[in-house]
Ligand binder design. Structure first.
Ligand SMILES: *Cc1c(COP(=O)(O)O)cnc(C)c1O
Length: 392
């Protein structure tokens, strides 16, 4: 039986409580979503500002569809470089305060293409242990030496950098998520940039969960720390707070020029449809024009986080709308999530290998469009089931 391995793979996952299954969501992403005909409170979306079904994004997409069609026809370097892409890139560079910007199909493809396009054998990458999978994959593809440092551990990083100097690597880069997608904490970018300066290293950040969320104007952690000009490679996505799809890399003109030539996930793939770029642009504009959405997001975040902490849940060191409720074992996380679903609250269980073993959790994410009542309902259910499971 040449495909018996499929069966054993699934059985193996099942035994470890690590088998994942897809759920079918009907209708748009919002604070409430419909699954199998029933409505649930949604506490696991990255649609932080509630823009994914905003009528203005829909209208931007529809207008573009009517005038520019659906498919983009080719890769950007062939004949798929459309004005919709360039408008998005110009606006994104202006917003981020960088010289230039390049749009990628997704955050995953951006990280894979940026890292493997810029770094190679003979270079060294310092990567936070909790960085997103796409950073790890891009690093491995690059062929550069891959050195992971313990999560946000500046002292350990400071020990590793001089060792690398002795080893004589050609280029050095420190890569970090600016907001960690499963823990919700913020990377110490000020200290990282300071170390990078001292040891002549480049810095790359992934702002997937920071874009639209952090900083006075929602430009991300680079703005929060006042480091927009100091961080060499600033990647982020339109797929989360912006309510759209696709990703950006912001930086110098030279950086973007090199990526156009070297990032294989940019070169060898069809350009995103113009309607997608148009909707993402509209999302970016709303981030800029409606700071009240961000204020509401933070109000909601503080309310829920304070409630969960007061109830006695382990929420790690989160500083953002990503609130981990750590339950340790995968089985407990699955059971917690299942019971919440029964009671009308959708929070997904996060298990290894997405997070380290024995740190399985519920990952609760807050949206600006949750009402106080939504938050109270979720908090109440989390407490009720948390007590039942002897977690608090
Ligand atoms: C979601 C995410 C990505 C991937 O972005 P997509 O646009 O969904 O492909 C990359 N990095 C981090 C930190 C993320 O959370």
């Amino acid at each position: 039986m040449k495909s018996a391995f499929l069966q054993t793979t699934l059985e193996d996952l099942e035994k470890k409580d690590l088998r994942r299954r897809l759920r079918t969501v009907e209708g748009p992403q919002g604070p409430r979503i419909r699954i199998d005909g029933r409505e649930y409170l949604n506490f696991c979306s990255n649609n932080y500002l509630g823009l994914a079904d905003d009528p203005r994004l829909i209208e931007a997409a529809v207008e573009s569809l009517k005038s520019e069609g659906f498919g983009s026809g080719a890769s950007r370097l062939v004949c798929g470089n459309l004005s919709a892409h360039e408008r998005l890139e110009e606006e994104c560079a202006r917003f981020k305060g960088t010289e230039d910007c390049l749009v990628f199909t997704s955050g995953y493809m951006a990280n894979v293409g940026i890292i493997s396009g810029l770094f190679e054998r003979g270079d060294v990458i310092f990567s936070d242990r909790l960085n997103h999978a796409s950073i790890i994959d891009g690093s491995q593809l690059s062929g550069a030496e891959f050195k992971r440092y313990p999560h946000a551990d500046i002292h350990k990083l400071e020990e590793m950098l001089p060792e690398a100097a002795v080893a004589g690597f050609k280029k050095k880069v420190i890569i970090t998520d600016s907001v960690f997608s499963m823990d919700g904490d913020i990377a110490p970018l000020d200290k990282i940039v300071e170390l990078a300066r001292r040891y002549d290293s480049l810095v790359m950040i992934d702002e997937a969960h920071a874009f639209g969320v952090l900083g006075e104007h929602g430009k991300g952690a680079a703005e929060l720390f006042g480091l927009a000009k100091e961080i060499d490679i600033q990647m982020g996505t339109f797929s989360k707070a912006a309510g759209g799809f696709g990703a950006y890399c912001c930086g110098s003109k030279e950086l973007i020029d090199v990526l156009v030539n070297k990032a294989r996930s940019f070169v060898y793939t069809t350009a995103i449809p113009p309607s997608v770029a148009a909707a993402s642009l509209r999302g970016l504009q709303i981030i800029e024009q409606e700071p009240e959405r961000r204020r509401q997001l933070w109000d909601n975040t503080h309310f829920l986080l304070n409630g969960l902490k007061a109830a006695g849940f382990e929420t790690l060191n989160t500083q953002t709308p990503i609130i981990p409720v750590v339950v340790k074992e995968a089985r407990t996380a699955v059971e917690f999530s299942r019971r919440l679903l029964e009671r009308g609250v959708f929070v997904s269980a996060i298990r290894p290998p997405t997070v380290p073993v024995h740190t399985a959790r519920l990952r609760v994410t807050v949206m600006a469009t949750h009402t106080r009542q939504d938050l109270q309902e979720a908090l109440g259910q989390l407490q009720h089931i948390g007590k039942d499971l002897c977690l608090i």
